[in-house]
Design a protein around this ligand. Structure first.
Ligand code: NAD
Length: 314
């Protein structure tokens, strides 16, 4: 099968692990990593890498044609907390990068697109518990507005031009390979580093802020699974709800204390509290489970064990 993959925004939190996973699966020379900054040593050593600005249509088209790309994973974006500081920059990056790859697919220069959405598409008027696939969506952040708009355009390009675009509303993602890039759930990564190093952590969200979360290997598994699913089983072409587990800072603290009993947390909520308060607490992802067989593997306890073990090794 002729498959050649381009990952745009490969040097970030998800892209780094996605690149490793896809290179193992399809062969290093078939997976081209790209970003505006170089990736880690493994990424640069193990396969092709291009410096590429997702907003530059001609440059993206050039890489696509040169490597005969079939599938694009667009991971470049400005995340929720950073986007609140630079609203217009976030809007331009998050939307223009998406239009560039949608237009390449419309013009039959690529075959398939993965573009990630987020639980940030939901807003304060959305039901917070077991948030359904289809519900009130009035996002209050620039990031959420860009993701919701992106979802509408993905569905439009699929219906109007037959573009094969697939998407997931990721929850907060937790990983130990690459640091997160300016989101509201970043505390749930930082807390493990601080627990090991200082035995204490000052959290920018309050103790009761429950949010949907997922360990990175499950997110990568979901990403590749939806991309490999037969086209007719991907029935939703805006983005699928996706869930593993939810917790608040107090609950993640309790799970860390099982390994580091002296660990303590204190709370100094900042502007990110309002963002978190606008998001759901738990997500109903039954359509992803039904349509393309999604299932998660990791619980909070299993993730905590792996996070502490792997960060200690660093
Ligand atoms: P990240 O910030 O860690 O990585 C984004 C990467 O994009 C960075 O390496 C950055 O250098 C690159 N980039 C920025 N501008 C670029 C440009 N103009 N051209 C090319 N590359 C550029 O983000 P991430 O956490 O890996 O997120 C990837 C995608 O997943 C984003 O769309 C994000 O909105 C979505 N998402 C992430 C999470 C999460 O918890 N990490 C949750 C929901 C959705």
């Amino acid at each position: 099968m002729k498959k050649r993959i381009l990952i745009i925004g490969a040097s970030g939190q998800i892209g780094t692990e996605l690149t490793t996973y896809l290179r193992k699966k399809y062969g290093s020379h078939k997976v081209i990593a790209s970003d505006i900054v170089e990736g880690d040593a493994t990424m640069m050593k193990e396969g092709p890498f291009e410096i590429l600005d997702a907003m530059d249509y001609d440059a993206v088209e050039d890489v696509v044609m040169r490597y005969e790309i079939t599938d694009v994973y667009l991971m470049a974006a400005m995340l929720s907390a950073t986007a609140e500081k630079f609203p217009m920059k976030a809007w331009n990056l998050n939307m223009n990068s998406l239009f560039n790859v949608l237009n390449l697919a419309r013009d039959k220069k690529i075959e398939k697109i993965f573009w990630p959405s987020s639980i940030a598409v939901f807003g304060p008027t959305t039901p917070k518990k077991e948030t359904p696939q289809r519900t009130t969506m009035e996002p209050s952040t620039v990031y959420g507005i860009s993701k919701q708009t992106g979802e509408r355009w993905c569905e439009y390009y699929h219906n109007r031009y037959g573009v094969d675009v697939r998407s997931i509303r990721y929850p907060g993602l937790i990983s130990y390979t690459t640091m997160p890039g300016g989101g509201t759930t970043d505390y749930a990564v930082d807390i493990y580093y601080k627990a090991l190093k200082h035995k204490k952590y000052v959290c920018f969200l309050n103790a009761e802020t429950t949010l949907p979360m997922m360990f990175m290997p499950d997110a990568i598994e979901a990403t590749v699974r939806i991309m490999e699913a037969p086209a007719d089983s991907v029935k939703i072409r805006n983005a699928y709800n996706l869930a593993a587990f939810s917790f608040n800072p107090e609950e993640i603290t309790a799970s860390i204390k099982k390994h580091i009993p002296e660990f303590s947390i204190s709370y100094e909520p900042d502007f990110r509290q309002a963002i978190a308060d606008s998001w759901p607490q738990t997500i109903d992802d039954s359509e992803a489970r039904k349509d393309w067989g999604w299932q998660h593997n990791y619980s909070l306890e299993e993730m905590t064990r792996e996070m502490l073990e792997n960060i200690s090794k660093k």
